[in-house]
Write a protein that binds this ligand. Structure first.
Ligand code: SF4
Length: 524
């Protein structure tokens, strides 16, 4: 069987993936036995080009994806292992990646992950040592042959055998507001730059938005990246969960929720309707030029086959009519492009009139605060190489009794000032200038330094709804200045945890943090 990479990169085939959600407990539990039986059926089902296996979905502890993935791999199937950063630090991610690579499980979907949920005796501590972009960087380095020093500080570097990962990533293209949608797209771009070779979009039910994603990617020069369309087969209970916003990053409109409720009241609980809706979505993806469909919310091969059979039965142009039907955006939803009245899809030649008008005015909103303006000026005065206070600061550090950290008093002043202004947590590898002077340690529940996670709920934080997502706030600040395109120019950042508790001022002046390394690499 051709590999997933060959199918996506060396053919023009439309591929089908099916999602298996791992369960909690031993493989002998009743629910696990059902999932295992579905997996066994998929092993012999030729119409599925790959099987995706989730990683502690919803932040809940589950059986390792390997338990389901290995037998499928041994049966000759393409398996896509989801790997998220919520439960594993960078070393554990690397360790897992070595295991996957050694077992021939090369297809990996790199995710930041939902916030960690409850485990034994209460809530678990989320890790987020890095994020999806950092994980893609790690997999890319492993593919190139990782340079390691066997005995730190003494041995000579050794290049390990290269792995053959085929990494993919996700994008959420169904956000409500501009200040969460555009950062999602910019982050996807950074994921591609970090090595993502295919993209799967988030669950959503709006063909115009579905089209916008491809149109935007094409305009930005990413037409060659295969995009797979997420097709979650709804049901009454699933629609209720999505509508109540209980799955991070997934939202459905009131209209679709009401429709699902009506259909779920039927004799078959709406099953025929929901399978047909999924088949229509697959047809839209195929018609628009997506490279495949990713079926979730299915539990039997019979249902998968029914969806594909229905889709095969449609006439070639039917998808255009379906695209007019499946237009469940939410009230006030942001659109990048104007609507093409002839098709109901996006018109990539023209920005949405409201977006266009707002780009011309750019008023300051509540996120463009005085403290932001002061922080920006202060930063420029202190950390422009060779100018302003830079020489003074670097000199102070060099002359201090601890030249690696500078005077203790300086760190005390830094700590107090940054605590007051930013609720700084003294991480030592400061990302304030990367996120328009918002601290990811204290104000981002997942410490996301490479752009927003996919979980924002109408601009609010996935985990703390009382807070606006820091990336939406940062976007507003840069947008006001006409610099929103620079939001993720600093990416990728993999925080150096060894600097925790040290002076980030000294670390910048002495060239030890990610910010200064980037500055120095730009300095001739
Ligand atoms: S602040 Fe934004 S990026 Fe951070 S966890 Fe919340 S929603 Fe995700």
């Amino acid at each position: 069987m051709p590999t997933l990479a060959q199918r996506l990169e060396s053919s023009t085939d439309f591929v089908i993936g099916v999602e298996l959600v791992s369960t909690r407990g031993l493989l002998t539990e009743t629910r696990a036995a059902k999932t295992q039986s579905f997996a066994r059926d998929l092993a012999g089902y030729a119409s599925a080009d790959w099987v995706s296996i989730t990683d502690n979905a919803g932040g809940n502890p589950m059986l390792s994806p390997l338990a389901l993935g290995l037998p499928l791999k041994q049966a000759g199937r393409n398996v896509l292992i989801h790997l998220s950063c919520k439960d594993l630090n960078r070393n554990a991610l690397e360790s897992t990646a070595w295991l996957l690579g050694s077992e021939g499980l090369h297809n990996v979907l790199a995710l930041s992950g939902d916030f960690a949920g409850a485990g034994v005796a209460g809530g678990s501590k989320p890790v987020f040592d890095t994020d999806s972009v950092g994980l893609l960087v790690l997999l890319g380095r492993m593919n190139a042959g990782l340079d390691v020093t066997r005995s730190p500080g003494t041995g000579t570097p050794v290049r390990l055998q290269p792995t053959q990962f085929f990494p993919g990533a996700v994008v959420n293209n169904f956000k409500l507001h501009e200040n969460e949608q555009v950062p999602q797209l910019l982050k996807m771009e950074r994921k591609i730059a970090a090595g993502a070779r295919f993209i799967i979009n988030q669950i959503g039910y709006d063909a115009r938005k579905t089209h916008e994603l491809l149109a935007w990617m094409s305009q930005r020069g990413h037409a060659g990246i295969p995009v797979i369309g997420n097709t979650f087969v709804l049901s009454g209970p699933a629609a209720r969960v999505f509508h109540a916003r209980r799955i991070p990053g997934v939202a459905i409109s009131d209209e679709l929720a009401a429709l699902c409720e009506r259909q779920a009241g039927g004799a078959d609980k709406g099953k025929a309707f929901f399978l047909e809706l999924a088949a229509k979505q697959v047809a839209i993806y195929r018609g628009l030029g997506y490279r495949g469909a990713y079926l979730g919310g299915v539990h039997t091969v019979a249902d998968v086959e029914r969806i594909l059979q229905l889709e095969r039965g449609f006439s070639p142009g039917d998808w255009r009519q379906f695209a007019r039907e499946i237009r469940y955006s939410r009230s006030g939803e942001f659109f990048m492009y104007a609507e093409d009245e002839a098709t109901g899809l996006a018109n990539p030649a023209q920005r949405h009139p409201a977006y266009e008008a707002s780009l011309r005015k750019r008023p300051a909103n509540r996120n463009v605060t005085l403290s932001y303006r002061i922080a920006k000026m202060t930063h420029s005065a202190m950390f422009t190489p060779g100018k302003g206070l830079w020489k003074l600061g670097a000199g102070l550090c060099r002359r201090a009794s601890n030249p690696a950290q500078g005077p203790a008093l300086m760190h005390a002043v830094e700590r107090a000032g940054k605590k007051m202004m930013f609720d700084c947590r003294d991480c030592g590898d400061c990302s304030l200038p990367d996120i328009a002077y918002l601290c990811p340690e204290s104000q981002c529940e997942k410490n996301q330094r490479n752009g927003p996670c996919g979980g924002t709920s109408d601009g609010r934080c996935e985990h703390k709804e009382e807070n606006e997502c820091i990336w939406a706030r940062a976007y507003d600040r840069l947008r006001y200045e006409g610099r929103e395109e620079e939001l993720l120019a600093h990416v990728p950042v993999i925080q150096d945890q060894a600097l925790r508790g040290t002076s980030s001022w000294a670390n910048t002046w002495l060239g030890k943090d990610h910010f200064s390394k980037k500055l120095f690499s730009k300095t001739p």
